[in-house]
Every structure is written in structure tokens, then in C-alpha cells.
Design a protein around this ligand. Structure first.
Ligand code: HEC
Length: 401
């Protein structure tokens, strides 16, 4: 009963998270795009900042961006904060459901550290709070007026906190916490800096005074940050489907390269219309380097913990490996798992009969032999010799007899 309910809760929360996230990021991309493509007509009306014509949904749209005078405030003004709010709230709910509940079995990995699951959760939450506090204090302080310095210090503090995460949490949990850290900073920016600035803009317009430039300046800074953080955040959301990233011995380096690389793509898109050629090409070169590095690191041969399958091993058959799957995997990976946390076969992977295992043999080799991050946190105490035997059996063609 509870396990069905929790499955339903997972599904609905993930769905809400995805829909709200698409709406939030989609809108923010649209507004960024609008801002870059506005043009000022020859004889602009008073207060006009720029305008644009578009065709969509069976009609023409003319959008104007403008300053308003007093008394010009429209009756209904649309704000865009709940798309972000719901994305963040559902994201936090998922973090709790997937990582913090169920004995936190995805949070820790004994090959990384022997921290208890309770401590791992505290550490995860602590780094999230610390990240926002450090970032926000930095940019509000006098250092915020020197963007290069503030940028360098923010990167350093986020790196330090990620180091803590990678040092004590499982690779997968560390990736997700870096993602939630970025998402929390972006959400803090929306609610604590950008929204207040927009409220002040409305108040200033109604009172016919100029907007406090300091508030407007800060909001602009934060929205630029959010713009660059979008792509790295989206990558981290997907990374959980790619154990080759978070399961790699150099998982932190892969994340760093992907973060810089995806922020660079965002930059390319930003400067597309106004670029200076050398800057454009430099960004392109940087991006290509990132892709090349990724190709190198993501290659399974690069896995620190990987070993070569024993050459010249005796010919192995299903009978030689069947007991390993029974003892080490089936607690979770069977049609009716007996594990306390996993009540349905994780990712639909069943490893009971010969045909089941053959069907999954590539993934089995990757997770249990190359990456060595299955069994989950090695809860069933598989030995290195058993891993090597599975690897040799698969390399020999996974024969039944
Ligand atoms: C304690 C429970 C548990 C045990 C024991 C366990 N797994 Fe898993 N397995 C999981 C969970 C949870 C996932 C989904 C999350 C993930 O991919 O990391 C998973 C996913 C997988 C996947 C699919 C991953 C993919 O990349 O598509 C494979 C293959 C796998 N396990 C193989 C094994 C093998 C082989 C064993 C035994 C040597 C094993 N597992 C033991 C919990 C377990």
C-alpha cells in the first residue's frame, strides 16, 4: 500500500517538476530572446525602449518594451514567479522523496565515505543553505560592485561546497546536490532580488520617480547569473540517467567541464546577434575543448576503478554466475523484490532468469564490473572476484551452457 502510494507521489511530483520547469525556463528564454531582438523604430513614441513583431499561433504579435508614466499602470499586470516557485518546491520535494527518504540509500557510498545516512542528509541540506548564504552575502556586499572579484569568489565558494559533497556523498547524490544548489541560488535570485526590484519599479512608476538604480542594478546582475546557470542545471537534471558521469572516478571533473561547457553554449546563444568575432570564436574553441575532454573522460577505459577482465579465464557458463546474481542482485532486481526500500525492480531491471540477464548484459557489465556502483552501495557485499567473473562471462559472450 505505502509503496504504491510512494510510487504515485514520485510520479506526480516528477511530472509537476518537469512541467513547471519547462514553463519557467521556456519563459525566461523567450524574454531573454525578446530583449536581444528589440529594435527602436525611427520615430519612437515617448518611453519606448524597443519593439518587435512576431508571427505565431495564427496571428501577428507586436510587443513593446517601455517605461510607463504615472497613471499609466495597467489594471492587470502579469508576473512570472510561480513557474519558478513551483519548480523549486517540487524539486525539493523530489530531493526528499528520492534521496532523503527510504533510508537515504542513494545518499551514501561506502567506497566514497563511511558517513551515516542521517549525517549525509544533514550535510546535503547544510551545503544548500550555505551556498545561498555565501553567494547572496557576497553579491550584496561591497564586493558585489566589482563583478570579476565577486564572480571568482562565488565560483570558489560553490567549488568548496561541492568538494564537501563529493567527499562524503555518493557520486549521484553529489551531482544532484550541486544541481539543487544551483537551482536554489536561481530561485533565491528570483524571489529575494528580482521580485523586490520589480515591486520597486511598479512603486516608482506610480509615484513618478526614477527607480532606485542600486536595486535595478542588482536585479540585472542576478538575472544574468540565472541566464548562465540554466544550462548546467538542466544537464544535472539529466545526469542521473548517465552513470558514466556520476559513477566515473573523475566525476567531479566531468561535472566541472560540463558546467563550463554548457554555460559557454549559453554565452554563444547570448552573443549571437551582437558578437565580436574573436569572442565568438574563442567561445567556440572553448566549447569544442569541453566536448573533446568529455569524450575522453566519459570513455569507460577512463574509469579509475575499472579492471581488465581476466584474460585466458576458463570458459564460464550461466551456472557459474547464476549464484552471484541470486545472492547479490535479486534482493532488488527481481519481479517481486524483497528489499526494504525497493519494492519494484529498480529501472525495470530484473535479473532472475538467464534471458533477463542477457537482455541487460551491457548495462550489467557497465554498472557491476566497470563502474562498480552496483549493487547499490554494495549492500549485498559482492566481492571483486565475483565482479570479475561476471565481466569474464559477459566478455565470453554470456553463454548459457
Ligand atoms: C539494494 C538494491 C540493489 C541491489 C542489491 C542491486 N541494485 Fe542494481 N539498481 C538499484 C537501483 C536503485 C537502481 C536504479 C538507480 C541507478 O541506476 O543507480 C539500479 C539499477 C541497476 C541497473 C540499471 C542501470 C542502468 O544504468 O540502466 C543495472 C544494470 C543494475 N542495477 C545491475 C545490478 C546488478 C548486476 C546487481 C548485482 C550485482 C545489482 N544491480 C544489485 C538497486 C540495486
Amino acid at each position: 500500500m505505502w509503496s504504491n502510494l510512494s510510487e504515485l507521489l514520485h510520479m506526480v511530483t516528477r511530472w509537476v517538476h518537469l512541467i513547471a520547469g519547462i514553463m519557467w525556463i521556456g519563459n525566461s528564454m523567450l524574454f531573454n530572446w525578446l530583449d536581444r531582438n528589440l529594435v527602436l523604430p525611427e520615430n519612437p513614441k515617448e518611453g519606448l525602449i524597443g519593439e518587435i513583431w512576431m508571427v505565431h499561433s495564427g496571428g501577428f504579435y507586436q510587443v513593446e518594451k517601455k517605461h510607463l508614466g504615472p497613471g499609466q499602470m495597467p489594471q492587470t499586470l502579469h508576473w512570472f514567479k510561480w513557474q519558478n516557485g513551483i519548480t523549486w518546491l517540487s524539486g525539493i520535494a523530489l530531493l526528499i522523496l528520492v534521496y532523503y527518504m527510504g533510508g537515504a540509500s542513494l545518499m551514501t557510498d561506502p567506497t566514497v565515505s563511511r558517513i551515516s545516512s542521517g549525517k549525509a542528509v544533514l550535510l546535503g541540506v547544510g551545503t544548500l543553505v550555505a551556498a545561498w548564504a555565501a553567494y547572496d552575502t557576497l553579491w550584496r556586499s561591497a564586493i558585489g560592485k566589482r563583478p570579476q572579484l565577486a564572480f571568482a569568489l562565488s565560483v570558489l565558494s560553490v567549488l568548496a561546497l561541492s568538494w564537501v559533497q563529493f567527499h562524503w556523498l555518493s557520486g549521484r547524490a553529489a551531482y544532484m546536490h550541486v544541481g539543487v544548489m544551483i537551482g536554489t541560488i536561481m530561485t533565491g535570485n528570483v524571489w529575494m532580488v528580482i521580485m523586490p526590484s520589480q515591486r520597486e519599479l511598479v512603486a516608482a512608476t506610480e509615484a513618478n520617480r526614477p527607480q532606485d538604480p542600486a536595486i535595478g542594478y542588482q536585479a540585472k546582475q542576478r538575472s544574468i547569473h540565472n541566464n548562465y546557470l540554466t544550462f548546467p542545471l538542466l544537464f544535472i537534471m539529466l545526469s542521473n540517467h548517465f552513470p558514466t558521469t556520476f559513477g566515473h572516478a573523475l566525476n567531479w571533473l566531468i561535472l566541472l567541464v560540463l558546467t563550463l561547457g554548457s554555460a559557454a553554449i549559453r554565452h554563444l546563444m547570448n552573443i549571437r546577434f551582437t558578437y565580436r568575432k574573436w569572442l565568438f570564436h574563442a567561445t567556440l574553441v572553448f566549447f569544442a575543448t569541453c566536448v573533446a575532454m568529455l569524450g575522453f573522460f566519459a570513455h569507460p577505459q577512463g574509469f579509475g576503478r575499472a579492471r581488465r577482465a581476466a584474460g585466458g579465464a576458463p570458459a564460464l557458463t550461466w551456472d557459474d554466475v547464476e549464484p552471484i546474481f541470486r545472492q547479490r542482485c535479486q534482493r532488488c532486481h527481481s519481479r517481486y523484490p524483497t528489499d526494504a526500500v525497493w519494492h519494484t525492480p529498480p529501472n525495470g531491471v530484473v535479473l532472475e532468469e538467464y534471458d533477463d540477464v542477457v537482455r541487460w548484459k551491457e548495462r550489467v557489465k557497465l554498472r557491476a564490473v566497470v563502474l562498480r556502483n552496483m549493487p547499490l552501495a554494495n549492500q549485498t557485499n559482492i566481492t571483486d572476484a565475483e565482479r570479475d567473473r561476471i565481466g569474464a562471462w559477459i566478455d565470453q559472450g554470456a553463454k548459457e551452457d
